[in-house]
Design a protein around this ligand. Structure first.
Ligand code: NAP
Ligand code: MG
Length: 410
């Protein structure tokens, strides 16, 4: 892609270690290229190891490319990922797939292990529905087990349901319910290993970002299951993080989930809220919407192995992609994808000691926010903006407007 403007006569920032670049699908794949061309490569001598996670190439490589990209992340430490299609029946036909490949995010998460942190990008003129939320609330969702790996049954009529655990010592049984008539039944599990790595990811991320950590479950009702989460967090905090938190002036706060919900709504934000899998699923959509828009949500996978994968929280924006394919004008918000790049560049800069790279990434983030605050935005933002006389730009013109702001800030 070319711009009609002259390239700025500045020295490009040099990188040391490559980023792992995971390309993706549909509208976000198009934004991906625009972002690189307009906002990154004119300023940074971009080093990446490129993996094409677009569905066509995943199909061609029998999904090996996804595994390779995750292994490269383990090797280099920082990845940036574009949104990707998770195939369903319709996609099987659309892309003539050999197999219904699994969710790339699921595959990557299984290799890297870890926790996904999601935080809204706050902009003046986009007022959260909860008006006292003046700082972002970051949701840390445990991404293993519980109802997402459940086993369920429909009970046809009267009978006895029991939990049975078998090992070399024999059987342990516990009565669930004596059914007198038809009903339903569900078994769920989690592992101490997964809960511990969830806890460590949360404590590390809170320490690194200098934010308080909240954690909440229903341990008063679930005295073994939820209580184990509470106990593991408490033990890891005491033994590994308490001193570090005190030194940084941040706190770890545990409370019951219902109390937490009430406190979160009354709070001003500015903390990390760790949640079990289902609670995190539900609360992250509530928090994202209450702050304004899904297209303004960042997402980073923090692995206990010390590696990071940055992405936007949203998907491939399929509806606007089809519009784009028909030659119609699309107005897609690229901010969360730009923040995936800035997050990764910043982390790379920190790890490699390149201050200019960190500073550039921070300035690009400021440029995104300032562009919207100056009244230039995409369609979905315009619907919730209180900014008077704003203009709605198409996908590319919005990125170009951000570039103009960036140049004025550099
Ligand atoms: P989506 O792409 O996030 O879109 C959800 C809705 O949010 C869309 O209907 C769109 O509104 C709006 N939206 C999201 N991002 C936007 C942006 N940047 N600019 C403007 N509007 C935006 O989710 P989806 O439609 O459920 O899924 C589409 C594909 O993405 C699926 O194949 C799914 O598998 C994949 N997906 C991938 C990831 C990932 O890789 N992390 C996450 C979620 C979904 P409009 O209807 O007005 O266009
Ligand atoms: Mg959900």
């Amino acid at each position: 892609m070319t711009t009609d403007r002259k390239e700025i006569p500045m020295e490009k920032i040099m990188m040391k270690t490559p980023l792992v670049e995971m390309d993706g699908d549909e509208m976000t794949r198009i934004l991906w290229q625009m972002i690189k061309d307009e906002l990154i490569t004119p300023y940074v001598d971009l080093k990446t190891e490129y993996y094409d996670l677009g569905l066509e190439n995943r199909n061609k490589t029998s999904d090996q490319v996804t595994v390779d990209s995750a292994n490269a992340t383990l090797k280099y430490g920082v990845a940036v990922k574009c949104a990707t299609i998770t195939p369903n029946a319709a996609r099987m036909e659309e892309y003539d797939l050999k197999e219904m490949w699994k969710s790339p995010n699921g595959t990557i998460r299984a290799i890297l292990d870890g926790t996904v942190f999601r935080a809204p990008i706050l902009v003046n003129g986009i007022v959260p529905y909860v008006q006292n939320w003046t700082k972002p609330i970051t949701i840390a969702r445990h991404a293993y087990g519980d109802v997402y790996k459940n086993c369920e049954m429909k009970i046809p009529g009267a009978g006895k349901a029991e939990l049975v655990f078998t090992d070399e010592k024999g059987e342990t049984r516990s009565l669930i319910h004596e059914f007198k008539g038809p009903g339903i039944l569900q078994g769920i599990h989690n592992t101490e290993e997964s809960i511990s790595s969830f806890a460590r990811s949360c404590f590390s991320y809170a320490y690194e970002t200098g934010q308080d950590l909240w954690f909440s479950t229903k341990d008063t009702i679930s005295k073994k299951y939820d209580h184990t989460f509470k106990d593991i967090f408490a033990e890891i905090y005491e033994n590994e993080y308490k001193a570090k938190f005190e030194e940084k002036g941040i706190t770890y706060f545990y409370t019951l989930i219902d109390d937490a919900v009430a406190r979160v709504v009354r709070s001003e934000g500015g903390f990390i809220w760790a949640l079990k899998n289902y609670d995190g699923d539900v609360m992250s959509d509530m928090v994202a919407t209450a702050y304004g828009d899904l297209s303004m949500m960042t997402s980073v996978l923090v692995s206990p192995k010390g590696v990071y994968e940055y992405e936007a929280a949203h998907g491939t924006v399929q509806r606007l992609y089809y519009k784009h394919l028909k030659g119609e004008e699309a107005s897609t918000n690229s901010i969360a994808t730009i923040f995936a790049w800035t997050g990764a560049l910043k982390k790379r800069g920190e790890l490699d000691g390149i201050d200019s790279l960190v500073k550039f990434a921070e300035t690009l983030e400021k440029a995104c926010i300032k562009t919207v605050e100056d009244g230039k935005m995409t369609k979905s933002l315009s619907l919730i903006s209180t900014c008077k006389n704003h203009v709605i730009l198409n996908s590319l013109d919005f990125i170009k407007a951000i570039r103009e702001t960036l140049d004025s800030l550099l």
